[in-house]
Design a protein around this ligand. Structure first.
Ligand code: GDP
Ligand code: MN
Length: 427
């Protein structure tokens, strides 16, 4: 999905980042779990971070009810999609802006009708936009100043880094590009934790004065504590603003979570809203398979991300293009192989399948049995090139050979890629 703004800001500053490193093939997968704004704000509120009062609605009627229940002087209505830049976005209903301020609850209903069920396009969405299923109805607060604040894991800093700018609001990328001196960084020692002098210095750099200084520093500290507690890779608040009444408020929230921490963040991962994820990707995840869609025509079935990258590169080298790759991971079951085939062949772009499995932990014979079973049951219609290597490979080769199925075997990765590309050319 859309690259994160914080990663973008750091990249523009010349720092390396964990985010958005895909070059070449168009990878259309998400990098980390991303939650909707209302979900992130709930986590923030539960952890002492200041956010506005809000309700979530998935119909115009509910939005109207929510607006009335808030009993607020003014209401802010926000379309919930995972991409940023909503304020300046456009709906295919014709409505301009994914964020609206109004004093009239009835207007909330009218606006919601033009949001829910429609696609919102912003600078960060894929072409055609993203369908809106929910809106956030919140109490609007006046903003006297908008700053930018993010905490992210950064490779160049070997740990978390606090990034902030007194020039927050919608165009933080432009700030990073044109006035990089207005972006401030504090590297955090993961063992020592965030220090008071760091949060106060950031508060100063962001321009919080008087009693707001300590308040901002406290909010930053709480955001850092939340960042650690939920295994986030990024917490981005833009705007991190102040009100004329003297409150520091997180007006927007974007939290990404480390997928490797899923085992200990079950509640958070259970909130995963897959409606914006590629359906094949979600289906793959059910079987503990990693699927990544690309725009070529050769499906790659591999084990391990490294082998996946190598396979894609070698296909490319021989003039082919990967359609997707499916990563089996470690402890493989025969049934997973079957599911993997089903997913790979569900993509109509696929004209050939290349299997490249290195059996270290994986037993090649299990893969071979899975392949023959899947080929028979799914009546495979595209050429299949198989390269197996490692544990029990001779038995695996015998199974494939004796199956009588039209499977092309390959001796090594180069041979496999060449044969896969050739199998399409022949047609
Ligand atoms: P984004 O465009 O997707 O980043 O959505 P935001 O939540 O950041 O909202 C966009 C802009 O709307 C913000 O930068 C603010 O200027 C404005 N905004 C959001 N909430 C409020 C609010 O409660 N009061 C006021 N006055 N402006 C708001
Ligand atoms: Mn924002």
């Amino acid at each position: 999905m859309a690259a994160s703004m914080a990663g973008h800001v750091l990249r523009q500053l010349g720092a390396s980042s964990l985010l958005g490193r895909n070059k070449g093939a168009q990878v259309t997968t998400r990098r980390w779990l991303n939650l909707q704004e209302y979900q992130s704000k709930k986590l923030m509120a539960d952890n002492g971070v200041t956010v506005q009062r809000f309700f979530v609605a998935d119909s115009a009627g509910e939005a109207l009810e929510a607006a009335k229940r808030l009993k607020a002087r003014e209401i802010v209505l926000k379309a919930q999609i995972l991409a940023g830049g909503r304020g300046k976005g456009v709906f295919d209903s014709g409505l301009k802006g994914g964020v609206h301020l109004t004093k009239d609850p009835n207007k909330v209903e009218v606006l919601t009708k033009q949001m829910i069920g429609y696609h919102l396009s912003t600078k960060q969405t894929p072409q055609g936009g993203v369908k809106v299923n929910k809106v956030m109805v919140a109490e609007a607060l006046d903003i006297s100043r908008e700053t930018y604040l993010a905490i992210l894991m950064d490779r160049a800093c070997n740990g978390p880094v606090l990034v902030g700018s007194p020039q927050g609001g919608v165009d933080i990328e432009e700030v990073a590009e044109k006035t990089p001196e207005l972006i401030f960084k504090e590297e955090i020692d993961i063992f020592d934790g965030i220090q008071d002098n760091q949060t106060l210095r950031m508060a100063d750099n962001l321009g919080f004065k008087g009693p707001l200084r300590q308040q901002a520093a406290d909010q930053i500290k709480r955001l850092y504590q939340l960042f650690l507690k939920v295994d986030a890779t990024q917490v981005e608040v833009n705007p991190f603003g102040e009100t004329p009444e003297g409150q520091v408020v997180c007006f927007d929230a974007k939290i990404n979570f480390d997928d490797n921490a899923q085992f200990r963040q079950k509640e958070i991962f259970a909130m995963d809203d897959t409606s914006e994820t590629d359906p094949i990707e979600s289906e793959a995840a059910k079987y503990d398979l990693k699927y990544i869609g690309m725009d070529g025509n050769i499906a790659c079935f591999v084990n391990g991300a490294g082998l996946a990258m190598a396979t894609c590169d070698i296909i490319d080298l021989h003039g082919g293009k990967p359609a997707n790759f499916l990563d089996l991971g470690g402890g493989v079951q025969e049934s997973q192989v079957y599911q993997a085939f089903k997913l790979l062949t569900a993509d109509p772009k696929v004209e050939a399948i290349l299997i490249n499995i290195f059996g270290g932990i994986v037993n090649c014979a299990i893969i071979a049995n899975g392949i023959t079973k899947a080929c028979r049951e799914l009546e495979l219609k595209v050429p299949l090139v198989v390269r197996l290597e490692g544990t029990n490979v001779n038995e695996a080769k015998r199974i494939l050979k004796e199956s009588g199925l039209p499977i092309t075997s390959a001796n090594d990765l180069d041979d496999a890629a060449r044969k896969a590309v050739a199998s399409i050319r022949k047609k």
